[in-house]
Design a protein. Structure first.
Length: 312
């Protein structure tokens, strides 16, 4: 007998949330973005993640964005909805809204702002799973929540069917490799989805046992990530490396913003949105306060990287 395939696998871009200059969800741009991702052959959509500016958006904006994404996808691929809130009860509220709006799976981080330890984190995920009907994935992003999800915890929750997968944005490649081995050893028949958010080493993570990737840069070049995934899946590691190297160079767009006046989210989401505007996919590179949009000089640097990557 063979182990069941992960329910969520392949290329699952975390969509940006296009905004108007007034700060509202730009429905037309979002529809165009999702249609472009589907045309590129992606295997799923992750709505309202970090690239989607979810923590900056109001519940009304989140609901509207998810509604548009689900409607545009039309069941073609699974839609994962980020339920990123600091405490369990608030995550359950977002999970209820996401379920009502048609999501196929839910993604939640460890609690944050409140000081918690491993026991509270485990209780958090167990409580979430007990309170939702949809598959639940953990989002491991310690740079934002200041807690690293341990291999033991994720393996235990996978084996018990509490978690359907993990979106790993920890940047801890040693822990990722250990987790892949641990799942194979202790939870091989669960169909656990091991997804990497480390967009510049997808080939290495696939070789280590990932089922797929959730690359923010996939908003900009979804076709490139689809080619990369297919090369990995077919065992053509030379082709995978060539595609990964090209995408890694393209990732230099996150260095376009002046570091003297910007940091992580402005540089990442700001660069992705600026690239998408240059490509004619979204109408504006507007971002949520306190982030700022990239200026003309920074935009020119993004344009250069798009040209070098063959996208313009």
């Amino acid at each position: 007998m063979t182990s069941p395939a992960p329910r969520f696998a392949g290329v699952v871009p975390p969509t940006v949330t296009p905004l108007t200059e007034e700060g509202e969800v730009d429905v037309t741009s979002l529809e165009r973005l999702v249609e472009r991702l589907l045309d590129a052959g992606v295997d799923g959509i992750f709505a309202l993640g970090s690239s989607g500016e979810t923590v900056f958006l109001t519940d009304r904006q989140r609901d509207r964005a998810l509604e548009v994404i689900v409607k545009t996808v039309g069941g073609a691929v699974p839609v994962l909805a980020g339920c990123i809130e600091p405490t369990t009860r608030r995550v359950l509220d977002r999970a209820e809204a996401s379920t009502r709006l048609g999501a196929d799976g839910l993604v939640a981080t460890a609690p944050f702002y409140a000081i918690v330890g491993p026991h509270e984190i485990e209780r958090h995920f167990r409580s979430l799973a007990a309170g939702v009907a949809l598959p639940l994935l953990a989002y491991d992003i310690p740079v934002c929540v200041h807690s690293k999800l341990s291999t033991d915890l994720l393996t235990r929750l996978a084996a018990e069917g509490i978690l359907a997968g993990v979106k790993d944005s920890s940047g801890d490649d040693v822990a990722f490799r250990q987790l892949a081995l641990s799942i194979a050893e202790h939870a091989p028949d669960t169909g656990f989805s091991l997804l990497t958010g480390h967009e510049v080493v997808v080939d290495a993570m696939m070789l280590a046992g990932a089922a797929g990737s959730v690359p923010g840069l996939g908003n900009v070049d979804p076709a490139g990530y689809v080619r990369l995934h297919r090369a990995c899946a077919s065992g053509d590691w030379a082709a995978a490396r060539r595609e990964q190297d090209r995408l890694t160079r393209l990732f230099r767009i996150v260095d376009a913003a002046d570091p003297a006046t910007s940091a992580g989210a402005t540089r990442g989401v700001g660069a992705f949105k600026t690239a998408l505007k240059l490509l004619g996919v979204i109408a504006s590179n507007a971002v949520s306060l306190p982030l700022r949009p990239l200026d003309a000089e920074e935009t020119a640097r993004v344009r250069t990287q798009l040209e070098l990557a063959g996208l313009r």
